[in-house]
Design a protein. Structure first.
Length: 183
């Protein structure tokens, strides 16, 4: 289950140990002739995460898509299962949420935050500068009206925003702790 993944907190505890080991390997001259604040900033900037931020300069994109999917016989209503699989037209809304490029997006989203939803995390695809998800709005046995489509899109966007807020809160807290730690 997704809660079995490492947490942001655990990542930073391991990172703190790694930074301490890096410092121990430094030559004494480097340590003695360096400003403590500059040294702290150097190790911090090379080892910490930056929060994931939405790109305020770019608009969110919504695209209506159609595709044909196979509805297997066992998913069909009673009485139709013996007729075999069925090709059926589905419609979906593909949503793109632009984010500022962050080389650690995949790593961050792969870690658990200290706050999470029991219903799980949003299912997003991670691009270089965007998060993508899709919501089925018409398919075998269902068709959403415009109000339901808008409500589902808004619910999922809010879920992604909340998810990133939880992760960013942990990153901000852990960055403060890491920067303040002077072993």
């Amino acid at each position: 289950m997704y809660r079995d993944r490492p947490s942001i907190d655990a990542y930073y505890r391991a990172l703190q140990k790694q930074v301490e080991d890096q410092i121990l390997r430094e030559k004494d001259e480097t340590i003695l002739h360096s400003d403590i604040d500059e040294l702290t900033e150097y190790y911090f900037s090379h080892n910490s995460f930056s929060p994931i931020e939405f790109d305020p300069e770019r608009e969110r994109a919504f695209e209506h898509k159609k595709d044909v999917r196979v509805v297997s016989a066992h998913q069909r209503e009673r009485g139709y299962g013996s007729e075999g699989d069925l090709n059926f037209e589905y419609e979906s809304i593909s949503v793109t949420l632009p984010i500022l490029p962050n080389e650690n997006t995949r790593d961050i989203l792969g870690l658990m935050s200290s706050t999470y939803s029991l219903s799980g995390e949003p299912q997003v695809q991670i691009g270089h500068d965007a998060l993508h998800f899709s919501i089925d709005i018409k398919g075998y046995g269902f068709k959403y009206d415009d109000d339901k489509v808008a409500a589902e899109v808004n619910r999922e966007v809010s879920s992604v925003e909340q998810w990133l807020t939880w992760k960013n809160n942990d990153i901000t807290k852990e960055n403060t702790t890491l920067k303040g730690h002077r072993g």
